[in-house]
Design a protein around this ligand. Structure first.
Ligand SMILES: NC(=O)c1ccc[n+]([C@@H]2O[C@H](COP(=O)([O-])OP(=O)(O)OC[C@H]3O[C@@H](n4cnc5c(N)ncnc54)[C@H](O)[C@@H]3O)[C@@H](O)[C@H]2O)c1
Length: 416
């Protein structure tokens, strides 16, 4: 067996804690060795450091990531960056300056210009960095995409994403960047589209990309309506339509302003069949001649499997990481163009919004009376909620040439 991959993890809490747990399990199987970690709030995670047996494992803990890299870079093969979005670029730049590749949590950044700088910085690393979009490596996804590319379902005509993930009011107060557009003039753009459900947006672009297996659709034009129901700076509800360079129309409807069970469904509409893929559930292939195929998707541990996949690439056993920084370009451009097209974030009409107390969870949710109907009307019939009851205009059509307007649009949205 090859030597364990030597790792430094930025951060101890939040999702960094999940990476620590995954790496500890991989260390038990001799795939990985955690060399060092850092967090400016390391004292707040004393119990975790004990539970993860840092002392016995010889893990060095730093307050500052720059000090950690300076001291340990010679002992590392890679770093993991599961920290607040607005820190990713600076941390990636610091690691790649030492030639170290990174497993950067999604989204790498939500600013297209910053992504370009990260792509340039990545050239300094010994190997390409990986962006932690969880679901690209799913075996069922890859084999279905191969069938799509082989033409089994005919040409792709459209694709839709419906995703409703309830988030309580407390979700937006869990740190200083949740739901924020800007922090100290640095673009954050945290939202359901750019952060929590970014996986599904990136997945949908993956279905419509070609001709290689690992390819994502190129964005041609975008229209959007952005909304908020929660008292946040950013948006919690997105309706977005894009035409790809290959002429496929894609529609995305996502919201955190809902209650009850989370739902998500990626759908690809082809000449001969409609494919529905629900992460954690089933694949349904509904042939237009009446046949229906349903296959359960195997349960899967995203962090463990994404690390193992990236290790295989670092060891030279596979040609590329599942998602490189360049592969994230369509996702970041789509996110940014949605803001530029929408121009403003409108309040969902208050008559539509009501509060729901989940007694079991002891948490407060908001729900929008006709959210499900608005999703259905938009995704199936192309009816925008704005001119159909939600009292706003649909955004203008924008293209990649409009990206330089992002800073100005976002500053205006943030009242700056
Ligand atoms: N792939 C997934 O399924 C998934 C799930 C949740 C979150 N995420 C991603 O993980 C990232 C982190 O999200 P989060 O909600 O855990 O954030 P968070 O605000 O909880 O921060 C995570 C950790 O980073 C630490 N940190 C902050 N500043 C630091 C610094 N200067 N140096 C070192 N550590 C620092 C924090 O103290 C915390 O321990 C985001 O990109 C998010 O989108 C991914």
């Amino acid at each position: 067996m090859s030597a364990p991959i030597r790792i430094g993890i930025f951060g101890l809490g939040g999702f960094a804690g999940s990476h620590h747990q995954a790496i500890a399990r991989l260390e038990e199987r001799n795939h990985a060795k955690l060399v060092c970690t850092c967090d400016p709030r390391q004292e707040a995670f004393a119990a975790e450091q004990q539970a993860w047996r840092f002392q016995a494992r010889g893990v060095r803990v730093f307050n500052d990531y720059r000090a950690m890299l300076e001291t340990c870079h010679r002992d590392l093969d890679m770093v993991v960056i599961p920290t607040p979005i607005q820190l990713h670029a600076a941390m990636h730049a610091a690691a790649t300056a030492y030639g170290l590749p990174a497993y950067v949590e999604k989204p790498p950044t939500l600013d297209y210009a910053e992504l370009d700088r990260m792509i340039a910085a990545d050239d300094r690393a010994r190997k390409s960095s990986h962006v932690g979009f969880n679901f690209i490596i799913e075996k069922a996804r890859l084999s279905l995409k191969e069938r799509l590319l082989a033409g089994e379902f005919g040409a792709i005509r459209g694709a839709t994403l419906s995703a409703l993930w309830p988030r309580p009011a407390s979700y937006f107060a869990r740190n200083d960047w949740a739901g924020r557009l800007l922090i100290d003039d640095h673009m954050v753009l945290d939202s359901c589209f750019g952060n929590a459900m970014a996986h599904f947006v990136h997945n949908l672009l993956f279905w419509t990309g070609g001709p290689e297996l690992f390819s994502w659709a190129q964005i041609a034009a975008v229209r959007a309506e952005l909304y908020r129901a929660h008292a946040i700076e950013g948006a919690d509800t997105f309706f977005v339509e894009t035409d790809t360079a290959a002429g496929i129309t894609m529609r995305f409807a996502l919201s955190h302003a809902c209650s009850g069970a989370s739902t998500h469904c990626e759908a690809v509409l082809c000449d001969k069949a409609t494919l529905r893929y629900a992460v954690g559930g089933n694949i349904e292939i509904r042939w237009h001649d009446g046949r229906v195929e349903r296959t359960p998707i195997d349960p899967f541990d995203p962090l463990l499997e994404n690390h193992l996949d990236y290790f295989r690439y670092l060891r030279g056993e596979k040609a590329r990481p599942a998602t490189t920084l360049s592969d994230a370009r369509p996702f970041v451009a789509l996110n940014d163009l949605a803001y530029i097209s929408s121009g403003r974030i409108a309040a969902i009409p208050s008559a539509q919004v009501s509060g729901v107390r989940d007694e079991k969870e002891q948490k407060d949710y908001l729900q929008v009376v006709d959210m499900a109907a608005a999703h259905e009307a938009f995704l199936v019939r192309g009816l925008w909620p704005g001119p159909n009851g939600w009292g706003r205009e649909t955004g203008e059509v924008v293209t990649l040439g409009d990206l330089p307007r992002l800073q100005g649009v976002v500053r205006a949205m943030a009242g700056k």
